[in-house]
Design a protein around this ligand. Structure first.
Ligand code: FAD
Length: 297
């Protein structure tokens, strides 16, 4: 069990890890990739570098610095967070689950990668992003999951608890897992043209001119981003940004958020500042918890 699990190894997550690790707290950073810094070449407006610094180098230096303070790093994709009555946060990954007293979400900016006509129109009217939340409404109905990655497989496993009439729509993408083990699932690998319906969704039109009717559609396209795992976890968001208070705590006790995912300035300097503030808030909570525990002994 960790004191803190941080989701994301970018500037916000690594900075939070540096403070927490240096303060002696058992800290884990779980990440799925290099985040925004791995999508650019050079940074020349971050404090302390007279010359442009390679974005990759800046990212890796932050990670090495956190490792120097004994922060653990694990590559995994987080799909959900839960808290329990024993004041623990369960952070669920595709590979395994992690338990901590606190979590900091530093998962960067959400980029919705599926853009299909009709999708937005039917959100909440037959289209959902969370099988755990809404799968029950579609029990024994004909339901599609749009997706092709391990994240889609995770959602498919949840869906099969509610219905055996499950379809996997890859939108022309190659499957990244072996779907043949799910005998009851029909895979359609044609590109999507649009989603149709009236008051609620009725089905999917494909680019080859064919249609398939559905009662419900779940979107699990690409990898799990902050907004998708927040919806599943009951963490409040507004316009895909996590809502936090002045201490950077979300609406759920013990879960904090920092960096681009809370809609800061979307710059390294702001992400680093958020990471420091979230770490300070969590440090204060951990110190208070330890004081309470000492009084009980
Ligand atoms: C092309 C480009 C150019 C830029 N140029 C500049 C610039 O010149 N100057 C500047 O200051 N800023 C620049 N930025 C912005 C800067 O990179 C970001 O503001 C900063 O990286 C945000 O840090 P972050 O820690 O909040 O998120 P990120 O750096 O995006 O890190 C997010 C982390 O969360 C992880 N994550 C997300 N979802 C999950 C999940 N489900 N499970 C596990 N891990 C997850 C990711 O793997 C990643 O490790 C640029 C960004 C881009 C894209």
């Amino acid at each position: 069990m960790y004191d803190v699990v941080i989701i994301g190894k970018g500037p916000a997550g690594a900075q939070a890890g540096i403070y927490l690790g240096r303060a002696g707290f058992k800290t884990l950073i779980v990440y799925k990739d290099g985040g925004s810094l791995s999508k650019t070449d050079f940074i020349e407006n971050y404090y302390g570098y007279a010359e442009a610094i390679s974005a990759e180098k800046l990212l890796n230096e932050g990670i090495l610095q956190a490792k120097r303070f004994n922060v653990d790093f694990i590559e995994d994709e987080i799909v959900m967070l839960q808290t329990d009555e024993e004041n623990k946060v369960l952070v669920k990954g595709l590979k395994k689950d992690y338990t901590a007293s606190y979590a900091i979400i530093a998962a960067g900016m959400t980029r919705k990668s599926l853009n299909v006509p009709g999708l937005k129109d039917f959100e909440g009217r037959g289209i959902s992003y969370c099988v755990t939340c809404d799968g029950f409404f579609f029990r024994n109905r004909k339901v599609a999951i749009i997706g092709y990655t391990k994240f889609a497989e995770h959602e498919l496993n949840d869906l099969l608890m509610f219905t055996k009439q499950a379809f996997l729509i890859t939108n022309g993408k190659e499957l990244e897992f072996d779907a043949s083990v799910y005998k009851e699932v029909t895979v359609i690998d044609k590109p999507i043209a649009s989603i149709y319906g009236e008051d609620t969704i009725k089905g999917i039109s494909f680019k080859d001119g064919s249609n398939e009717d559905f009662d419900g559609i779940f979107v699990a396209y690409g990898t799990a981003d902050a907004s998708s795992f927040c919806v599943k976890s009951g963490i409040a968001t507004e316009k895909s940004r996590i809502i936090v208070d002045e201490n950077l705590m979300t609406n759920i006790d013990r879960i904090y958020a920092a960096g681009d995912c809370i809609g800061s300035y979307m710059q390294v300097a702001a992400a680093v500042a958020d990471g420091a503030i979230a770490a300070r808030s969590v440090t204060e909570r951990l110190k208070a918890d330890r004081k309470t525990a000492r009084k009980k002994d």
